[in-house]
Write a protein that binds this ligand. Structure first.
Ligand code: SAM
Length: 248
């Protein structure tokens, strides 16, 4: 057993838990959270987690899937990029509901994308890429909307800014379902969670929240419909990218 495992076992033993005063446990949690967060490597972490994520979080239910489908259709989106698409559960749900949508997914984890290729193999093609949300491998203005489900929460604060710049570069609208976890006591969050104040961020990037739907108030979990580019109205029927292509 490594020294680290021994320490972890001792620190979590019932005796240590009983004897350690609360202030010490809090201090320990904060210090551990800081260190783990500082060493969080998203590609490594999600490559490992990607091998079992689908079994742990199978396609669950209709609610969020319907929410995305409904809002993307209200915007008139004909093309959608799912950033942090995981094994593709939202892409598949969107394809089932609106087969005419042009869909693509990006994820930092090669194991997630491998699972997604398999999960999405039956049906119209969906292009999938291994890449970071901070450097999207797609052309400017190539999608009507970009969506995320529980992805921004895993970005470091500086990465959220880079992602929002990228989102604005590639799309007009954003539909983001995200949780702020525990912004008041961030050290209580798992080390791969970062507490963000999304609305401040959107504002700083000149974006407008046109709708915010509460999913879970206690987790500050909301679906944000965000106009990424200021001064632009609704989408034209067939989708901007397609309309631009047909004008050429
Ligand atoms: C909680 S999972 C959600 C997956 C998927 N949206 C779903 O609902 O099934 C978070 C996803 O974000 C991806 N991710 C984390 N950091 C990322 C980054 N910097 N760029 C792109 N994807 C990232 C992970 O690999 C993982 O697939």
């Amino acid at each position: 057993m490594s020294l680290r495992e021994r320490w972890s076992r001792a620190a979590h033993s019932p005796l240590a838990q009983r004897l350690a005063p609360e202030w010490f446990k809090d201090l320990y949690r904060r210090a551990r959270g800081r260190v783990q967060r500082a060493f969080y490597d998203p590609r490594r972490f999600w490559t490992r987690f990607g091998r079992t994520y689908m079994e742990r979080f199978p396609p669950s239910g209709e609610r969020s899937e319907n929410l995305f489908a409904e809002h993307l259709s209200t915007l008139g989106a004909a093309s959608v990029l799912d950033v942090g698409c995981g094994y593709g559960r939202y892409l598949r749900a969107l394809r089932e509901r609106t087969p005419s949508l042009r869909l693509a997914g990006v994820d930092i984890s090669p194991t997630m994308i491998e699972r997604a290729r398999d999960f999405l193999k039956d049906g119209p093609d969906i292009s999938l890429h291994v890449a970071s949300a901070t450097a999207l491998p797609v052309a400017d203005s190539s999608f009507d909307a970009v969506m995320t489900y529980s992805m921004m929460i895993h970005l470091r604060p500086d990465e959220v800014d880079l992602f929002l710049c990228e989102a604005r570069r590639v799309a007009r609208w954003g539909v983001f379902l995200e949780s702020s976890a525990n912004p008041a006591e961030p050290w209580r969050n798992p080390p791969y969670y970062f507490a963000h104040e999304y609305e401040d961020r959107f504002r700083r990037h000149g974006m407008t929240v046109t709708q915010r739907i509460t999913i879970r108030e206690d987790m500050r979990e909301y679906l944000y419909v965000v106009r990424l580019r200021p001064g632009e109205g609704g989408l034209p029927g067939p989708g901007r990218a397609e309309s631009a292509a047909s004008r050429r």
